[in-house]
Design a protein around this ligand. Sequence first.
Ligand code: ADP
Length: 307
Amino acid sequence: LILSLGSVNIDIIAYSDRLPRPGETIHASRYAMGLGGKGANQAAAASRLAASLGLRVELAGRTGTDAFGELARTHLAGFGVGLSALRSDPDHPTGIALIGVDANSENMITFAGGANMELDVTDVDAIDALLRQTRVLLLQLEIPMPASLEAARRARAAGALVILDPAPAPLDGLPDEAWSLVDLVTPNETETERLVGIRPTDAASAALAADRLQAKGLTRAIVKLGARGVFWRDGRDSGFVPPFQVQAIDSVAAGDCFNGGLAVALARGDTLGDAVRFAAACGALATTRRGAADAAPSFDEVRALLG
Ligand code: ADP
């Protein structure tokens, strides 16, 4: 079982020539609505791949009891994600992201967390049985930290591998406890800079950043460099995976598809180096499609790109 504990949102994206100024109303040329939230995106990406390998994916989190909650569930079920651990909170609305995108792809995002921000240790109690069956636990930073840390503690105790995507970039780094409760962190450039004070731009600077991540107490670390590729370290082993050549049109959720793919590859027993190559192909394919969860590639697409 692969379990993602994290945020579930509905993304509402309006496309216009330019973004509005305060007090102004503008016309959008079109808009789109889709499933988002890092917890949901990573679960959806993993689930789309996992079916081919006989692996199961569940999402733990909270939505409201509103129409957006229903919509999120419908999307997630379409990806084959198990929803037994997704709670409906009658007192808070489903999380939404209001996104404006202009003609230059510049964006502006207001995130209203709603029910996501209410996740607490009672949610973790409710998934105790699932945590005991979990092989890989996926965490991110869009829900309150105490819930994530408690889930990491229990999953670890039951033998799971815990992957933390430190995204969105934490303002004051991670609490000390987090470093001892996770097996693997997967920061991008900005997140790496927030965590260890180095902004990686190539394999050499990513290696330096990975050293510092390891010094925090981890054996394994992955540093994502967007269109420049990805660096990984496992104990003394390390490697750099150059970017797969694709027609990138939208980088939204590349990192989430990367982490979904990483979880699937590690759950089937890949070495970290092989898993990172698989994940990088997932991330690259995600940039060839618009949307968040909707950009997730299929197993056959990933296999074709890996050659
Ligand atoms: P995030 O979305 O967390 O910022 P990145 O943008 O670094 O994550 O993307 C995650 C991974 O996806 C990268 O490390 C890389 O392997 C792959 N990727 C992202 N953008 C591209 C691209 N334009 N071309 C090829 N691969 C890409």
